[in-house]
Write a protein that binds this ligand. Structure first.
Ligand code: ADP
Ligand code: ASP
Ligand code: MG
Length: 401
Protein backbone atom coordinates (compact mmCIF):
# COMPACT_ATOMS: atom_id res chain seq x y z
CA UNK A 1 0.00 0.00 0.00
CA UNK A 2 1.24 3.46 -0.90
CA UNK A 3 0.48 6.87 0.52
CA UNK A 4 -0.48 9.27 -2.23
CA UNK A 5 -1.02 13.03 -1.88
CA UNK A 6 -3.19 14.57 -4.59
CA UNK A 7 -3.72 18.32 -4.94
CA UNK A 8 -6.50 19.90 -6.98
CA UNK A 9 -6.52 23.59 -7.97
CA UNK A 10 -9.45 25.97 -8.30
CA UNK A 11 -10.49 25.04 -11.85
CA UNK A 12 -10.53 21.36 -10.93
CA UNK A 13 -13.20 21.95 -8.24
CA UNK A 14 -14.97 24.94 -9.84
CA UNK A 15 -18.50 23.45 -9.84
CA UNK A 16 -20.50 20.39 -8.75
CA UNK A 17 -19.60 18.39 -11.84
CA UNK A 18 -15.89 19.10 -11.39
CA UNK A 19 -16.05 18.22 -7.68
CA UNK A 20 -17.64 14.87 -8.60
CA UNK A 21 -14.88 14.38 -11.18
CA UNK A 22 -12.24 14.92 -8.48
CA UNK A 23 -14.08 12.55 -6.14
CA UNK A 24 -13.89 9.93 -8.89
CA UNK A 25 -10.10 10.37 -9.32
CA UNK A 26 -9.53 10.23 -5.59
CA UNK A 27 -11.72 7.20 -4.96
CA UNK A 28 -10.20 5.36 -7.94
CA UNK A 29 -6.80 5.87 -6.33
CA UNK A 30 -8.14 4.67 -2.98
CA UNK A 31 -9.84 1.65 -4.56
CA UNK A 32 -6.47 0.59 -5.98
CA UNK A 33 -5.38 0.03 -2.37
CA UNK A 34 -3.69 3.34 -1.53
CA UNK A 35 -3.99 5.72 1.38
CA UNK A 36 -5.05 9.07 -0.08
CA UNK A 37 -4.64 12.58 1.29
CA UNK A 38 -6.25 15.23 -0.90
CA UNK A 39 -5.41 18.93 -0.78
CA UNK A 40 -7.83 21.35 -2.42
CA UNK A 41 -7.96 25.05 -3.30
CA UNK A 42 -10.97 27.32 -3.26
CA UNK A 43 -13.47 26.79 -6.08
CA UNK A 44 -12.73 28.58 -9.39
CA UNK A 45 -11.71 32.17 -8.74
CA UNK A 46 -13.44 32.32 -5.37
CA UNK A 47 -10.32 33.64 -3.64
CA UNK A 48 -10.37 36.62 -6.04
CA UNK A 49 -14.04 37.13 -5.20
CA UNK A 50 -13.09 37.29 -1.51
CA UNK A 51 -10.33 39.81 -2.26
CA UNK A 52 -12.89 41.96 -4.14
CA UNK A 53 -15.20 41.83 -1.13
CA UNK A 54 -12.41 43.12 1.07
CA UNK A 55 -11.58 45.90 -1.41
CA UNK A 56 -15.20 47.11 -1.31
CA UNK A 57 -14.96 47.55 2.43
CA UNK A 58 -11.36 48.32 3.35
CA UNK A 59 -8.44 47.95 0.91
CA UNK A 60 -6.00 48.52 3.77
CA UNK A 61 -7.58 46.05 6.18
CA UNK A 62 -5.14 44.48 8.60
CA UNK A 63 -3.60 41.26 7.42
CA UNK A 64 -4.95 39.06 10.18
CA UNK A 65 -8.49 39.85 9.05
CA UNK A 66 -7.50 39.39 5.40
CA UNK A 67 -6.39 35.85 6.25
CA UNK A 68 -9.59 35.15 8.15
CA UNK A 69 -11.46 36.06 4.97
CA UNK A 70 -9.15 34.43 2.40
CA UNK A 71 -9.03 31.09 4.20
CA UNK A 72 -12.81 30.75 3.88
CA UNK A 73 -12.72 29.61 0.25
CA UNK A 74 -10.92 26.36 1.00
CA UNK A 75 -13.35 25.49 3.79
CA UNK A 76 -16.15 25.31 1.23
CA UNK A 77 -14.27 23.07 -1.18
CA UNK A 78 -13.07 20.53 1.40
CA UNK A 79 -16.60 20.04 2.74
CA UNK A 80 -18.07 19.68 -0.76
CA UNK A 81 -15.39 17.22 -1.84
CA UNK A 82 -15.86 15.11 1.31
CA UNK A 83 -19.61 15.01 0.55
CA UNK A 84 -18.91 14.01 -3.06
CA UNK A 85 -16.64 11.17 -1.91
CA UNK A 86 -19.31 10.00 0.52
CA UNK A 87 -21.83 10.00 -2.33
CA UNK A 88 -19.58 7.57 -4.24
CA UNK A 89 -19.74 5.20 -1.28
CA UNK A 90 -16.43 5.92 0.45
CA UNK A 91 -15.54 7.46 3.81
CA UNK A 92 -13.99 10.91 3.84
CA UNK A 93 -13.14 13.47 6.47
CA UNK A 94 -12.35 17.11 5.74
CA UNK A 95 -9.79 19.05 7.80
CA UNK A 96 -8.94 22.74 7.90
CA UNK A 97 -5.26 23.67 7.87
CA UNK A 98 -4.97 23.84 11.66
CA UNK A 99 -6.80 20.54 12.12
CA UNK A 100 -4.37 18.95 9.68
CA UNK A 101 -1.47 20.18 11.83
CA UNK A 102 -0.14 23.13 9.79
CA UNK A 103 1.92 25.42 12.01
CA UNK A 104 3.10 28.56 10.23
CA UNK A 105 4.93 31.80 10.88
CA UNK A 106 2.73 34.73 11.81
CA UNK A 107 3.41 36.82 8.70
CA UNK A 108 -0.20 37.05 7.64
CA UNK A 109 -1.02 36.67 3.91
CA UNK A 110 2.45 35.23 3.22
CA UNK A 111 3.04 32.86 6.11
CA UNK A 112 5.70 30.17 5.93
CA UNK A 113 5.04 26.60 6.98
CA UNK A 114 7.12 25.79 10.05
CA UNK A 115 5.93 22.32 10.79
CA UNK A 116 3.20 19.88 9.86
CA UNK A 117 2.08 17.53 12.60
CA UNK A 118 0.10 14.93 10.67
CA UNK A 119 -1.21 13.03 13.72
CA UNK A 120 -4.84 13.73 12.97
CA UNK A 121 -4.46 12.96 9.26
CA UNK A 122 -2.83 9.66 10.17
CA UNK A 123 -5.56 8.78 12.62
CA UNK A 124 -8.23 9.47 9.98
CA UNK A 125 -6.34 7.36 7.42
CA UNK A 126 -6.09 4.52 9.93
CA UNK A 127 -9.88 4.55 10.15
CA UNK A 128 -9.97 3.99 6.38
CA UNK A 129 -10.91 7.55 5.49
CA UNK A 130 -9.87 9.54 2.48
CA UNK A 131 -8.58 12.73 4.10
CA UNK A 132 -9.42 16.06 2.46
CA UNK A 133 -7.26 18.97 3.62
CA UNK A 134 -7.75 22.70 3.01
CA UNK A 135 -4.74 24.04 1.14
CA UNK A 136 -3.23 27.52 1.49
CA UNK A 137 -3.80 27.88 5.25
CA UNK A 138 -2.38 27.19 8.67
CA UNK A 139 -2.22 28.47 12.22
CA UNK A 140 0.31 30.86 13.76
CA UNK A 141 1.76 30.33 17.22
CA UNK A 142 -0.65 32.98 18.44
CA UNK A 143 -3.52 30.74 17.41
CA UNK A 144 -4.53 32.84 14.40
CA UNK A 145 -5.48 31.58 10.95
CA UNK A 146 -2.80 32.37 8.35
CA UNK A 147 -2.54 31.97 4.58
CA UNK A 148 0.55 31.06 2.60
CA UNK A 149 0.37 33.58 -0.25
CA UNK A 150 -1.54 33.23 -3.51
CA UNK A 151 -1.13 29.86 -5.16
CA UNK A 152 -0.04 28.43 -1.80
CA UNK A 153 -2.00 25.18 -1.82
CA UNK A 154 0.68 23.54 -4.00
CA UNK A 155 2.99 24.11 -1.04
CA UNK A 156 0.44 22.65 1.39
CA UNK A 157 0.40 19.45 -0.66
CA UNK A 158 4.19 19.14 -0.81
CA UNK A 159 4.45 19.85 2.93
CA UNK A 160 2.08 16.98 3.72
CA UNK A 161 3.95 14.69 1.33
CA UNK A 162 7.21 15.59 3.10
CA UNK A 163 5.85 15.27 6.64
CA UNK A 164 4.23 11.90 5.93
CA UNK A 165 6.93 10.51 3.64
CA UNK A 166 4.38 10.01 0.90
CA UNK A 167 5.23 7.75 -2.01
CA UNK A 168 3.83 10.15 -4.60
CA UNK A 169 2.68 13.78 -4.77
CA UNK A 170 0.43 14.63 -7.69
CA UNK A 171 -0.51 18.19 -8.55
CA UNK A 172 -3.68 18.09 -10.66
CA UNK A 173 -4.44 21.27 -12.57
CA UNK A 174 -6.16 22.53 -15.72
CA UNK A 175 -3.34 21.83 -18.19
CA UNK A 176 -1.62 18.50 -18.87
CA UNK A 177 1.71 19.36 -17.26
CA UNK A 178 4.56 21.83 -17.39
CA UNK A 179 5.03 23.23 -20.89
CA UNK A 180 7.83 25.10 -22.64
CA UNK A 181 5.62 28.22 -22.28
CA UNK A 182 2.11 28.96 -21.00
CA UNK A 183 0.02 26.70 -23.27
CA UNK A 184 -2.85 29.18 -23.08
CA UNK A 185 -0.67 31.89 -24.62
CA UNK A 186 1.66 29.99 -26.94
CA UNK A 187 -0.14 27.63 -29.29
CA UNK A 188 2.67 25.20 -29.97
CA UNK A 189 4.11 25.09 -26.47
CA UNK A 190 5.34 21.56 -25.79
CA UNK A 191 4.64 19.45 -22.74
CA UNK A 192 7.80 18.38 -20.91
CA UNK A 193 8.03 14.76 -19.75
CA UNK A 194 10.44 15.77 -16.99
CA UNK A 195 12.03 18.86 -15.54
CA UNK A 196 14.61 19.28 -12.78
CA UNK A 197 13.80 21.03 -9.50
CA UNK A 198 16.23 23.83 -10.29
CA UNK A 199 14.75 24.62 -13.66
CA UNK A 200 11.18 24.35 -12.35
CA UNK A 201 12.07 26.62 -9.45
CA UNK A 202 13.38 29.28 -11.85
CA UNK A 203 10.36 28.97 -14.16
CA UNK A 204 7.95 29.22 -11.22
CA UNK A 205 9.79 32.18 -9.72
CA UNK A 206 9.93 33.91 -13.09
CA UNK A 207 6.19 33.76 -13.67
CA UNK A 208 5.07 30.26 -14.75
CA UNK A 209 2.20 29.93 -12.28
CA UNK A 210 1.59 26.23 -12.91
CA UNK A 211 3.50 25.50 -9.68
CA UNK A 212 4.04 27.82 -6.76
CA UNK A 213 7.78 28.43 -6.36
CA UNK A 214 7.80 27.63 -2.64
CA UNK A 215 6.30 24.22 -3.37
CA UNK A 216 9.18 23.46 -5.71
CA UNK A 217 11.71 24.72 -3.17
CA UNK A 218 10.22 22.38 -0.57
CA UNK A 219 10.00 19.44 -2.98
CA UNK A 220 13.70 19.89 -3.73
CA UNK A 221 14.63 20.18 -0.07
CA UNK A 222 12.84 16.97 0.90
CA UNK A 223 13.40 15.21 -2.42
CA UNK A 224 9.69 14.76 -3.15
CA UNK A 225 9.06 13.83 -6.74
CA UNK A 226 6.09 15.78 -8.15
CA UNK A 227 3.80 14.90 -10.99
CA UNK A 228 1.91 17.77 -12.62
CA UNK A 229 -1.12 16.58 -14.60
CA UNK A 230 -4.64 17.45 -15.69
CA UNK A 231 -7.70 16.54 -13.62
CA UNK A 232 -9.77 16.74 -16.78
CA UNK A 233 -7.90 14.40 -19.12
CA UNK A 234 -5.81 12.39 -16.61
CA UNK A 235 -3.15 12.06 -19.32
CA UNK A 236 0.45 11.39 -18.28
CA UNK A 237 1.89 14.62 -16.91
CA UNK A 238 5.29 16.15 -16.18
CA UNK A 239 7.62 14.74 -13.52
CA UNK A 240 9.57 17.28 -11.47
CA UNK A 241 12.65 15.70 -9.88
CA UNK A 242 16.30 16.13 -8.99
CA UNK A 243 18.08 15.13 -12.17
CA UNK A 244 16.21 15.19 -15.38
CA UNK A 245 17.26 13.66 -18.65
CA UNK A 246 15.82 16.79 -20.25
CA UNK A 247 18.80 18.68 -18.88
CA UNK A 248 20.48 18.18 -22.20
CA UNK A 249 17.87 20.51 -23.65
CA UNK A 250 19.24 23.96 -24.26
CA UNK A 251 16.29 25.65 -22.65
CA UNK A 252 13.30 24.13 -20.92
CA UNK A 253 10.93 27.06 -21.05
CA UNK A 254 9.98 30.71 -21.50
CA UNK A 255 8.22 32.59 -18.70
CA UNK A 256 6.53 35.96 -18.36
CA UNK A 257 6.11 38.10 -15.26
CA UNK A 258 3.98 41.24 -15.48
CA UNK A 259 3.78 41.78 -11.74
CA UNK A 260 6.81 44.03 -11.86
CA UNK A 261 7.64 47.77 -11.89
CA UNK A 262 10.77 49.67 -12.81
CA UNK A 263 12.09 52.58 -10.78
CA UNK A 264 14.70 54.90 -12.26
CA UNK A 265 16.65 57.35 -10.17
CA UNK A 266 18.50 59.80 -12.41
CA UNK A 267 21.40 62.17 -11.85
CA UNK A 268 22.60 60.85 -8.50
CA UNK A 269 26.15 61.78 -7.43
CA UNK A 270 28.74 59.38 -8.85
CA UNK A 271 30.32 58.77 -5.44
CA UNK A 272 30.86 55.69 -3.26
CA UNK A 273 27.97 54.58 -1.03
CA UNK A 274 25.04 55.82 -3.08
CA UNK A 275 23.74 52.37 -4.03
CA UNK A 276 24.26 51.18 -0.46
CA UNK A 277 22.25 54.04 1.03
CA UNK A 278 19.51 53.76 -1.54
CA UNK A 279 18.98 50.04 -1.22
CA UNK A 280 19.21 50.02 2.56
CA UNK A 281 16.21 52.37 2.63
CA UNK A 282 14.30 49.71 0.71
CA UNK A 283 15.53 46.71 2.64
CA UNK A 284 14.39 48.40 5.86
CA UNK A 285 10.90 48.28 4.38
CA UNK A 286 11.37 44.67 3.34
CA UNK A 287 11.09 45.58 -0.35
CA UNK A 288 12.90 43.06 -2.55
CA UNK A 289 14.95 44.35 -5.45
CA UNK A 290 15.27 42.28 -8.59
CA UNK A 291 17.21 43.51 -11.64
CA UNK A 292 19.57 46.45 -11.06
CA UNK A 293 21.18 48.59 -13.75
CA UNK A 294 23.64 51.39 -13.07
CA UNK A 295 24.90 53.67 -15.84
CA UNK A 296 28.55 54.58 -16.31
CA UNK A 297 28.91 57.94 -14.60
CA UNK A 298 29.62 61.17 -16.43
CA UNK A 299 30.01 64.77 -15.20
CA UNK A 300 29.97 63.46 -11.64
CA UNK A 301 26.46 61.96 -12.03
CA UNK A 302 25.00 58.53 -12.70
CA UNK A 303 21.59 56.84 -13.07
CA UNK A 304 20.41 53.77 -11.18
CA UNK A 305 17.37 51.71 -12.24
CA UNK A 306 15.94 48.64 -10.58
CA UNK A 307 12.80 46.54 -10.49
CA UNK A 308 10.47 45.62 -7.64
CA UNK A 309 7.11 43.82 -7.37
CA UNK A 310 4.38 46.04 -8.79
CA UNK A 311 2.53 46.06 -5.48
CA UNK A 312 5.57 47.64 -3.77
CA UNK A 313 6.44 50.17 -6.52
CA UNK A 314 4.81 53.30 -5.10
CA UNK A 315 6.00 52.45 -1.60
CA UNK A 316 9.58 52.16 -2.89
CA UNK A 317 9.33 55.55 -4.60
CA UNK A 318 7.92 57.14 -1.43
CA UNK A 319 10.73 55.62 0.62
CA UNK A 320 13.38 57.09 -1.66
CA UNK A 321 12.03 60.36 -2.99
CA UNK A 322 12.96 62.90 -0.32
CA UNK A 323 16.22 61.27 0.45
CA UNK A 324 17.38 61.03 -3.16
CA UNK A 325 16.34 64.57 -3.97
CA UNK A 326 18.11 65.94 -0.92
CA UNK A 327 21.20 64.12 -2.19
CA UNK A 328 21.05 65.81 -5.56
CA UNK A 329 19.15 63.30 -7.70
CA UNK A 330 17.41 65.00 -10.59
CA UNK A 331 14.43 62.67 -10.68
CA UNK A 332 12.78 59.41 -9.71
CA UNK A 333 10.31 57.68 -12.02
CA UNK A 334 8.03 54.70 -11.56
CA UNK A 335 7.05 52.68 -14.62
CA UNK A 336 4.45 49.98 -14.02
CA UNK A 337 4.04 49.10 -17.69
CA UNK A 338 6.91 46.69 -17.91
CA UNK A 339 7.24 42.90 -18.13
CA UNK A 340 10.05 40.50 -17.44
CA UNK A 341 10.53 37.74 -19.99
CA UNK A 342 12.89 34.90 -19.10
CA UNK A 343 14.32 31.77 -20.60
CA UNK A 344 15.36 28.94 -18.28
CA UNK A 345 17.53 25.94 -19.03
CA UNK A 346 20.27 23.90 -17.44
CA UNK A 347 21.79 23.48 -20.92
CA UNK A 348 22.74 27.15 -20.92
CA UNK A 349 25.67 26.59 -18.59
CA UNK A 350 27.57 24.67 -21.22
CA UNK A 351 26.43 26.44 -24.37
CA UNK A 352 27.52 29.85 -25.57
CA UNK A 353 25.15 32.04 -27.55
CA UNK A 354 21.88 31.24 -25.80
CA UNK A 355 21.34 34.82 -24.68
CA UNK A 356 22.28 36.08 -28.15
CA UNK A 357 19.62 33.87 -29.67
CA UNK A 358 17.04 35.33 -27.30
CA UNK A 359 18.11 38.89 -28.14
CA UNK A 360 17.94 38.08 -31.84
CA UNK A 361 14.34 36.89 -31.46
CA UNK A 362 13.50 40.19 -29.76
CA UNK A 363 15.32 42.17 -32.46
CA UNK A 364 13.43 40.29 -35.20
CA UNK A 365 10.18 41.22 -33.45
CA UNK A 366 11.40 44.83 -33.07
CA UNK A 367 11.10 44.74 -29.28
CA UNK A 368 13.39 46.99 -27.27
CA UNK A 369 15.23 45.62 -24.23
CA UNK A 370 15.33 47.92 -21.19
CA UNK A 371 17.33 45.76 -18.79
CA UNK A 372 19.03 42.37 -18.80
CA UNK A 373 19.93 39.96 -16.02
CA UNK A 374 21.50 36.52 -16.20
CA UNK A 375 22.38 33.59 -13.98
CA UNK A 376 23.77 30.13 -14.70
CA UNK A 377 20.47 28.74 -15.87
CA UNK A 378 18.40 31.77 -16.91
CA UNK A 379 18.38 34.99 -18.89
CA UNK A 380 15.78 37.67 -18.15
CA UNK A 381 14.98 40.87 -20.01
CA UNK A 382 12.77 43.75 -19.04
CA UNK A 383 10.59 45.09 -21.84
CA UNK A 384 7.48 47.20 -22.38
CA UNK A 385 4.41 45.33 -21.04
CA UNK A 386 2.48 45.75 -24.31
CA UNK A 387 5.10 43.63 -26.06
CA UNK A 388 5.09 40.82 -23.48
CA UNK A 389 3.00 38.19 -25.25
CA UNK A 390 4.60 38.96 -28.61
CA UNK A 391 8.05 38.56 -27.02
CA UNK A 392 7.20 35.19 -25.44
CA UNK A 393 5.92 33.90 -28.79
CA UNK A 394 8.96 35.18 -30.71
CA UNK A 395 11.45 33.73 -28.24
CA UNK A 396 9.58 30.44 -28.00
CA UNK A 397 9.51 30.13 -31.80
CA UNK A 398 13.24 30.83 -32.02
CA UNK A 399 14.14 28.01 -29.62
CA UNK A 400 11.44 25.42 -30.23
CA UNK A 401 10.07 25.68 -33.79
P1 ADP B 1 -4.43 25.67 -10.23
O1 ADP B 1 -5.68 26.45 -10.00
O2 ADP B 1 -4.68 24.26 -10.60
O3 ADP B 1 -3.44 25.82 -9.11
P2 ADP B 1 -3.02 27.65 -11.78
O4 ADP B 1 -3.94 28.57 -12.53
O5 ADP B 1 -2.40 28.14 -10.54
O6 ADP B 1 -3.80 26.27 -11.55
O7 ADP B 1 -1.85 27.15 -12.76
C1 ADP B 1 -2.17 26.56 -14.01
C2 ADP B 1 -2.00 27.57 -15.12
O8 ADP B 1 -0.63 27.92 -15.25
C3 ADP B 1 -2.35 27.05 -16.49
O9 ADP B 1 -3.73 27.18 -16.76
C4 ADP B 1 -1.48 27.89 -17.42
O10 ADP B 1 -2.21 28.90 -18.06
C5 ADP B 1 -0.45 28.53 -16.51
N1 ADP B 1 0.93 28.37 -16.95
C6 ADP B 1 1.85 29.37 -17.05
N2 ADP B 1 3.02 28.91 -17.49
C7 ADP B 1 2.87 27.58 -17.69
C8 ADP B 1 3.75 26.53 -18.14
N3 ADP B 1 5.02 26.78 -18.49
N4 ADP B 1 3.25 25.28 -18.21
C9 ADP B 1 1.98 25.01 -17.86
N5 ADP B 1 1.10 25.95 -17.45
C10 ADP B 1 1.54 27.22 -17.35
N1 ASP C 1 -7.05 29.61 -3.32
C1 ASP C 1 -5.74 30.18 -3.19
C2 ASP C 1 -5.46 31.17 -4.30
O1 ASP C 1 -6.31 31.40 -5.14
C3 ASP C 1 -4.64 29.16 -3.09
C4 ASP C 1 -4.36 28.37 -4.35
O2 ASP C 1 -5.13 28.40 -5.31
O3 ASP C 1 -3.34 27.68 -4.36
O4 ASP C 1 -4.42 31.77 -4.32
MG1 MG D 1 -2.08 27.35 -8.60
Amino acid sequence: MSLIVQKFGGTSVANAERVMNVAKIVTDTYAQGNDVVVVVSAQGDFTDVLVDKQMEINPKANRREQDMLLAAGEQISIALLAMAIEKLGYHAVSLLGWQAGFETSSSHTSARIKRVDPARIREALDRRNIVVVAGFQGLSRYGDITTLGRGGSDTSAVAIAAAMHADLCQIYTDVEGVYTADPRKVENAKKLDEISYDEMLELATLGAQVLNNRSVEMAKKYNIELEVLSSLTRAKGTIVKEKSKMEKMLISGVAKDTDIARISVTGVPNTPGIAFKMFSKLSKKDINIDIILQSVGHDGKKDISFTVAKSRGQEAVDALKDYMESHGASGIQLDENVAKISIVGAGMESHAGVATKMFEALYDAQINIQMISTSEIKVSVLIDAVDADKAVKAIHAKFFD
